[in-house]
Structures are given as C-alpha cells and as structure tokens.
Write a protein that binds this ligand. Structure first.
Ligand code: FAD
Ligand code: FES
Length: 266
C-alpha cells in the first residue's frame, strides 16, 4: 500500500495525555472498525494507529502521548502534512444482538467507530469505558453517544463506578444481558475479558497490540506465536485464536526481546 499525503485539519486536547487528530487524506482511505493505519510524520517516524472515527475522506485518530513519536503528534498543527498507509489488519465482525464494547483507556480508539457501526446494524450496545481517573477517559462523549447503555469506571472512583471495566462486564455477563463481547485496552484487561467470555460462553473479539513496523506481514516484528502476526491476522482476534500464543504473557519491543528485558538494568 502506497503512502497517501494527509493534511491535519484539527488537533485538539481530548483529556490528560490524549489528543484527537482529524486528517484529510488526498485520496480516499476505505476502512472498517478494528483496522489500523501507519501514520508518518516526515523526518520523524511512522507508527501504527487505529481508525477512530470519520469516514474515507476524513480520518479521526485518538493518540495517547507516551513517547517521542506521539509527543510529536501532539505538536502537529492544522495545515501540517503527514502521510498515512493503510488500511491494514482484520476488522471486527458483527455478531449477536446485544454487545458489550469494553474499552480500557486509549483502547477506546477503535471502539468508538465499532459502537457506531454495531448500532447502525441494529445491535444493542453496552459501552464500558475505564481509566485510572476522571481526566483519563478519552472519547467518553462519543462512546456514550453510540451506546444504548453506558458505564464508566475509574480506579480511584473519581468518575463512575470505582474499579475496572471488567467488573461491569462480569455483571452484564452474569445477568445474561449481552451475547457478544468486543474489547481493546491494556493486555491484562483483555486477558480478563477473554477469561470472562470463556466462562460465560459468549463469543469474544479483542484487539491486540504488538510492535508493528511494516504493517504488511513482511518483517515479523509483530509475531504473537503460533504463526500469528498482529498486522496480518489481527489486530482483532477471536478469543480462541489466542490460546497458546504470547497473548497475556509476553510483549516484545522494537528489538524483538520481551519488553522488560529491553530496559537497561540498574
Ligand atoms: C494495531 C495498533 C493500533 C494502535 N492504535 C493506537 C491508537 O489508536 N492510539 C494510540 O495512542 N496508540 C495506538 N497504538 C500504539 C502506538 O503505535 C504507540 O503508542 C506509539 O507507536 C508509541 O510511539 P512513541 O514513539 O510515542 O513511544 P515509544 O517511547 O516508542 O513507546 C511507548 C510504548 O509504545 C509502544 N510502541 C512504540 N512503537 C510501537 C509500534 N511501532 N508498534 C506498537 N507499539 C509501539 C512501545 O512498545 C512502548 O510500549 C497502536 C498500536 C498498534 C500495534
Ligand atoms: S509489522 Fe511487519 S510483519 Fe507485522
């Protein structure tokens, strides 16, 4: 896939650490919820980001500022040029009639357009968004808008229910109120989502992050084990597909070493 130049039309602060970028690509980019693109800043780098709203002419991204590239994203101004490559990866598949859409922090990025898409297909959406505190709940208004029922959780209890999104999910599953689960967020949360979905025998799809370099199934950087590549076979996986992989156990950084071994030892 060739890179397409895209103009920044908006870069707004969404909440603590998170920006929402709106881009206008020079050519249409057709995508589905769950897919991602490679965002390039000339002279800086290129990194994977989920499609987080808009349509083929206007792309919305939800960017959490965590390091050099995303800090540079935060400084982009309207009129600046970037490039986008994509779409890549496997999207979510709509199943069931009553969905739980479970977002942990920036994991909300692909779930906003997913919630909208499910609603358009007549599927009832229980949207759940969790974060550490009330200033770290990105895209809260949009997820709420596309949900029939909406639940917030914070670890410190400063907004919504005190606890984790998986606490709400467990209650919904126990009460038989949902028949499909979709999730994106920190891997520990996803592992718990997968465990709950298995226990209550409900189909479950999760969007998994690994170190993506080429995005095209060539370099092997995003290998998850058992021959699966996140950029080609994911980032959305059915829960059963993740059995026996590194999901929930090991996460590798840029060099391919487990992330905790990459950091210099003191
Ligand atoms: C399919 C996919 C979709 C993503 N969607 C989003 C999104 O919508 N919003 C968002 O804020 N972030 C998203 N990310 C993560 C995002 O790519 C990284 O946070 C970003 O590349 C960090 O770069 P940095 O230089 O700012 O930070 P660094 O200091 O380089 O790294 C900070 C953290 O980001 C991870 N990271 C760095 N580069 C990559 C990479 N090439 N691939 C995967 N992880 C990386 C590192 O392992 C580390 O955990 C997504 C990742 C993947 C694989
Ligand atoms: S990022 Fe190169 S194979 Fe997936």
């Amino acid at each position: 896939v060739n890179p397409v130049p895209a103009r920044v039309v908006e870069n707004r602060r969404e909440c603590e650490r998170t920006r929402v970028l709106r881009l206008e690509p020079e050519e249409e980019v057709r995508w589905l919820p769950g897919q991602f693109l490679m965002l390039g800043i000339p002279g800086v780098d290129e990194k994977p980001m989920a499609f987080s709203g808009g349509d083929e002419r206007e792309l919305v991204l939800t960017v959490e500022v965590v390091g050099p590239f995303t800090r540079r994203c935060a400084r982009l101004r309207p009129g600046d040029w970037v490039w986008v490559r994509g779409p890549y990866g496997r999207p979510f598949e709509p199943v069931g009639r009553r969905a739980a859409v479970v977002a942990g922090g920036t994991g909300v990025a692909p779930l906003v357009p997913l919630a909208r898409w499910l609603r358009e297909r007549g599927i009832r959406v229980h949207g759940i968004l969790g974060g550490p505190h009330r200033d770290r709940l990105p895209r809260r208004r949009e997820l709420e808008r596309f949900s029939d029922e909406f639940y917030l959780t914070t670890e410190d209890g400063s907004a919504g229910r005190k606890g984790y999104p998986t606490d709400v999910l467990e209650g919904l599953l126990r009460d038989g109120r949902v028949d499909a689960v979709y999730a994106c967020g920190p891997e520990a949360m996803l592992a718990r989502v997968v465990e709950l979905a298995r226990r209550f025998r409900v189909p479950c799809q999760v969007s998994v992050v690994r170190y993506v370099k080429c995005g095209e199934g060539v370099c092997g950087s995003c290998a998850l084990g058992r021959g699966l590549l996140v950029c080609r076979d994911g980032p959305v996986f059915w829960a059963e597909e993740l059995e026996g992989t590194e999901f929930g156990r090991v996460r590798r950084g840029a060099s391919g070493l487990p992330e905790d071994e990459e950091r210099p030892r003191s």
